[in-house]
Ligand binder design. Structure first.
Ligand code: ASP
Length: 332
């Protein structure tokens, strides 16, 4: 499944995803369907407002991802998947296509907005990727809001963890102290293991940026880190090609270097963004046995998405192009 905008005279554009996975028509009740569409619209509008006011792609990406991180419907920030030990370990990355500056964090446990921690890595350190307690300490030192484990808790994700542990014959951990279902927990759809969020944007100056944020995979163990915070795998941006954010089985995206691979096909092989995305997702990722999808923008404002799962929560908005929101495969 793929879609594109055929406009090339777009001044600014933004595409967001809220995770790809087993999301077939009929899986979501009307309330869930509406809640996901509303949440994707809210994120796209937030980023779009910044771009239409002349703001930068980096600012639009960060702001839109923060909206999705705070929404318990998605596996990022509040609503993140749980580790086998019953904690939340949050990963995020952001990349500026104008300068190739990149920042990423993995295994955060207390920082409310991992995407802002990733951006702070660019602005406040000489590094690209920080992990674990050091990354949370860095975020604190940059004045980023910290949250209690109960903030990230949702009942639905906790039940998914229990089911996964039961299937694997692993012990169930204790519920985090003070854990209470976040407001919209009942609307959360169990879309499988995924649910990462990501946003790509092109601003009026022709600069692109990509950001991705995730709780990772349900019941992950041993400090597992997926593709989302790995520059080139789950997140990549370069003005010469475009910006890409991925969602899906991270282990496959890492092996293919999906985000960079799509950009390389555009830059070196001259493929259109959509053709490059389809080749990597529909052909190569599928052949390797991986499931998931991507959203992308080019520095000319063109937008693309591609996924090989039954659904992907997604939205796109651009200068002069109305907001489009999709969930299932058969939607534009
Ligand atoms: N790609 C993410 C990971 O492997 C998961 C997801 O997209 O939901 O951590």
């Amino acid at each position: 499944m793929s879609s594109r905008s055929d406009k090339s005279d777009i001044r600014w554009s933004l595409v967001a995803h809220g995770g790809a996975g087993a999301i077939a028509r009929g899986d979501l009740g009307p309330g869930q369907d509406a809640a996901y569409r509303e949440a994707m619209s809210a994120a796209a509008r937030t980023g779009g407002a910044i771009l239409s006011a002349g703001g930068s792609a980096m600012d639009a990406v960060e702001a839109a991802v923060r909206v999705l991180e705070d929404d318990p419907l998605f596996n990022a920030g509040r609503g993140a998947a749980f580790t086998a030990e019953g904690g939340n370990e949050l990963d995020a990355a952001v990349m500026d296509g104008a300068t190739l500056a990149a920042g990423a964090v993995a295994g955060l446990t207390t920082t409310r907005h991992p995407i802002s921690a990733a951006r702070a890595v660019i602005e406040g350190s000489n590094h690209v990727l920080l992990v674990g307690e050091g990354a949370d300490a860095f975020a604190r030192s940059r004045g980023l809001e910290q949250a209690d484990p109960a903030w990230f808790f949702t009942e639905r994700r906790w039940r998914s963890l229990e089911r996964a542990l039961d299937r694997a014959g692993l012990p169930r951990p204790q519920r985090p102290a003070g854990a209470q279902d976040a407001t919209q927990g009942a609307l959360v759809h169990e879309e499988g293991k995924y649910g990462t969020v990501g946003v790509v944007a092109c601003d009026a100056g022709g600069n692109v940026a990509a950001g991705t944020s995730t709780g990772g995979t349900n019941a992950k163990r041993w400090g597992r880190v997926g593709d989302s915070p790995l520059i080139g795998a789950g997140t990549y941006a370069a003005n010469a090609a475009g910006a890409v954010s991925c969602t899906g089985e991270g282990e496959y995206f890492i092996r293919l270097g999906v985000a960079h691979r799509i950009c390389a096909l555009v830059e070196y092989a001259g493929l259109s963004l959509q053709a490059a995305a389809d080749r990597v997702v529909q052909d190569e990722l599928t052949a390797l046995g991986g499931a998931g999808g991507i959203v992308a923008v080019g520095a000319d404002g063109r937008m693309a998405w591609s996924f090989n799962t039954s659904g992907m929560y997604r939205a796109r908005i651009a200068d002069g192009v109305p907001l489009t929101v999709g969930i299932y495969k058969d939607e534009d």
